[in-house]
Every structure is written in C-alpha cells, then in structure tokens.
Ligand binder design. Structure first.
Ligand code: NAP
Length: 253
C-alpha cells in the first residue's frame, strides 16, 4: 500500500525550534504520522507537547541553545539515551535580523549565520555519523526560504544563510546518499509566524506580498506538515538534494 510508505511508526525525529511556528507545525505532523518527536528549543515547548499528546502522539523535550556549539552533542546524546536511535533530523530553528545592508552589523551577521547555516551543517554532520554507525540510513530535512532563490531586502545575513542552506542540502546529499541518507529541504513561502510579524504589521508590505501569492493567502504552520512527512518517510527514498517550495505558488510568479 502506497500510504503505508508515509507512515513513521517506530521512527525517532529531532526537530529544532519546535516550540512555535513552523517547527511546531512540523513536529505535530511528524507525531501524527507515528514518529516519536524530540522537540528542541531554548524555551519550553508546552503548546507543542499539549497538541501532540492530545492526539496520542509521543514527544520528548530537550532544552538547548543552538548558539552554543556544545548543544550538538547534547541533543544527539540525550536523544539516543531516551530512544536508543535517531532516524530523522529537521533543521528548522532559524532567526532573522532586519536592517539596511549599508548599516548591517557584524553581530547581526554572525548570530544569524551561526544558527541558520553553521549549526545546520554541524548538527547534520553529527546526526549523519549516527546514521552511519547505526547502519540505518536516515533523513535530514533543512528549512530554506524564498530567499534561497531571491535576494530580498534589508536581510543580508538571512539571505546569505538561506542561500547556503540550499547549497549545503545538495553537497550533503551528494556525499551521504551512498549511506542511504536523504538530505532535502523545504522552502516555505510567506508564513504566519513570529518570524514575519514585523512585515505583517506593515499593512502595505503585507498586502503587497499577498497580492503576488497565487494561492491568495499567507501560509500557516499546518501547511508544512505534508511536505515534512513526505521527506521524512520512505515514500521519498529516491529524492535527494532537492528543495521543495511550500509557497502557495510564490516562485511560479
Ligand atoms: P519563529 O516562530 O521565530 O521560530 C523560530 C524557532 O527557532 C523557535 O522555535 C526558536 O526557539 C528557535 N530558535 C531560535 N534561536 C534559537 C537558538 N539559539 N537555540 C534554539 N532554538 C532557537 O519562526 P518560524 O517562521 O517558525 O521559523 C522556522 C524556520 O522557518 C526558520 O528557519 C525560518 O528562517 C524559516 N522560514 C520561515 C518563513 C516564514 O515566513 N515564517 C519563511 C521561510 C523560512 P526559541 O524561541 O526557544 O528561541
């Protein structure tokens, strides 16, 4: 049965930035498909845990600050201690800083690039080593952006890091496909989360963006669930190094 290939029963998934927004939507989706979900964030994940448990799903919270390189070992070690293995990694945690490029600070560059790019690579590397040790293969799903394709304005470190995510997705897939590791990405369009609060509060900007989304609406965290379950499941075993847009058709315009 083709639908059985989408099931994630007995799979263990790590999702970073799981307490809110897209990470919350993807964690709930993975849990509903049967995965045990390890929720990673700096703040508590109460709302995500409540939603997962309400639907009889299973999850486990690890508090970690991804600005700290040591959190990589902590996340993987605690996951193995709790569930004995890992099968799926979703590199979702990400931040954005808005300022004119002419005034952009080194701090706003380093903090964004550290979380959105460097930690995505090194957490993936750490988890890939685990997949190789387990001889199990595994899935890595990165979160890219429309700014992996376009330049944007006033977000230079974000554009740099999200463009890098698309490239890293390809190189990791190239090198690790031979271990049955699939590395792919999801590029969300304009979604209603904290990340876009500033531009949504600017009514002109909000409507300008809305007017070019063919679907006629901004995206929601629930819109991410289908793509992440597909990329986490054996239904996507021959999909490697690709970035899927979940954007209501934004890139098609
Ligand atoms: P969000 O609501 O701001 O969520 C960001 C998440 O990242 C939070 O869970 C946050 O947890 C976590 N995070 C940030 N810094 C962290 C750190 N130092 N350590 C651990 N976790 C950290 O934004 P979102 O829109 O859901 O963003 C999720 C991903 O989607 C990001 O990679 C973003 O770039 C990408 N994206 C979003 C959109 C959009 O339109 N919303 C579009 C394209 C791509 P804490 O609160 O604990 O810090």
């Amino acid at each position: 049965m083709i639908l059985d290939k989408f099931k994630l029963d007995n799979k263990v998934a790590i999702v970073t930035g799981a307490n809110t927004g897209l990470g919350m939507g993807m964690s709930i989706g993975l849990a509903m498909a049967g995965a045990k979900v390890v929720l990673v964030a700096r703040r508590d994940c109460e709302e995500t845990i409540k939603e997962i448990e309400k639907n009889n799903g299973e999850c486990y919270f690890i508090k970690a600050d991804l600005q700290d390189f040591k959190s990589i070992d902590l996340i993987v070690e605690k996951t193995i201690e709790k569930y004995g293995k890992v099968d799926i990694l979703v590199n979702n945690a990400g931040i954005i800083r808005r300022e004119d490029s002419i005034k952009f600070s080194e701090k706003d560059w380093d903090e964004v690039v550290n979380i959105n790019e460097k930690m995505v690579f090194f957490l993936s590397q750490r988890v890939a080593k685990e997949y190789i040790k387990q001889k199990s293969g595994g899935k890595i799903i990165n979160v890219a952006s429309m700014l992996s394709y376009q330049g944007g304005i006033r977000v230079p470190s974000y554009t740099a890091s999200k463009s890098a995510v698309m490239g890293l997705t390809k190189i990791m897939a190239n090198e690790w496909a031979k271990y049955d590791i699939n590395v792919n990405a999801i590029a969300p369009g304009y979604m209603i989360t904290n990340n876009t609060e500033n531009i949504r509060n600017d009514k002109d900007r909000y409507n300008e963006i809305l007017s070019r989304i063919p679907a006629g609406r901004w995206g929601t965290k629930e819109d991410m669930a289908g793509a992440v379950v597909f990329l986490a499941s054996s239904a996507s075993d021959y999909v490697n190094g690709f970035t899927i847009a979940v954007d209501g058709g934004w890139l098609a315009r």
